[in-house]
Design a protein around this ligand. Sequence first.
Ligand SMILES: *Cc1c(COP(=O)(O)O)cnc(C)c1O
Length: 396
Amino acid sequence: MENKAMNQYVETTENSLVHTYNRFPVVLDRGEGVYLYDTEGKKYLDFAAGIAVSGLGYGNPEFNGALKAQIDQLIHSSNLYYNTTCGKAAEALKEVSGMDRVFFTNSGTEAIEGALKAARKYAWKKGTGRYEFIAMENSFHGRSMGALSVTEHEAYRTPFEPLIPGVSFARFNDLDSVRELVTEKTCAIILEPLQGEGGINTASEEFMKGIRELCDKEGILMICDEIQCGMGRTGSMFAWQSYGTKPDIMAMAKAIGSGVPVGAFAMTEEVAKYSLEPGDHGTTYGGNPLACAAVAKTIEIFRREKITDHVQEVGAYLTLRLKELVETCDGALEQRGKGLIQGLKVRRPAGEICAAALKEGLLVISARSDVIRLVPPLIVKKEHVDELMEKLKKVL
Ligand SMILES: *Cc1c(COP(=O)(O)O)cnc(C)c1O
């Protein structure tokens, strides 16, 4: 496509959509492995993965083949009936998470809505009178009214207030600040074991274990949002698994469908027993055969290819190289995160750096205003990390 044609396309798009996104001026056209190509044929090294989604990268023949076959077999059936892939996907998620029961949604936000409702219903059925939620500062859980209510970001919240009452925010990694907020009305504590959007902040072991103990002692449910940090990204299938703790409810999305829109929330048998019943919650598309074929195949490939081992190895190398960069480059201030969800705190505004990186043929995203977020496809290799570092050095 000519540059003029691309500009025309951008203009038409902008004139047709509600202006809710500040998009970079690039029209992506196709992908291969860990590279994306725009309509001009320009090649980009992808360290964004469509915001931590495309774990398998682009054009995986086995994954694409499974989807194509499923399209020919059955795309949609609704939850009035069983279908052939929903149970398979649920079983696979149970096996990798150790949770007992799964509900499929179409996005991460919906997984959070469901998780919050499951916690409320549990308290209601047990007759505890508990309804309050404790969430964390710098959290991100989505932008629907429920998910936004537990998201601590003033700019996102203010125009839509009043939000759901009974939510308070503790300081991430500060157990005392959580304890201070607990009341006899506290229903659940919700947190990301590794905050993505909030700046790549990793929960300490003391914090995760402390929250679990606090929940057990006070009769509160622990909800982990694994939407961004889950599915192998930290080097364990779900981030909470590396802490020796287990939540009562967890939310998933992003990488679980390798790009097919799907989310899920899962719970222990104990929660399920006293929680959602027929009529309490539902979705027309959730658990749809195509989406579930994507989940089942993603997990099958991740397990066979031992993706978590690979993420640990390449992630350790990425950490090393980022720390080197912090030591040698004036514009790089701090390495954060682990596995293939890492951040680089920078001196200049992160948005500016992302735009400059785009020109260099590198896709990266920001987390808050001062952190470059690195969430590549999980199949990246060390040589791609080397290529990233070269490009980053130029941009910084
Ligand atoms: C992306 C994200 C969400 C929202 O997921 P959507 O699929 O965009 O609705 C919720 N929580 C976290 C941690 C996320 O990164």
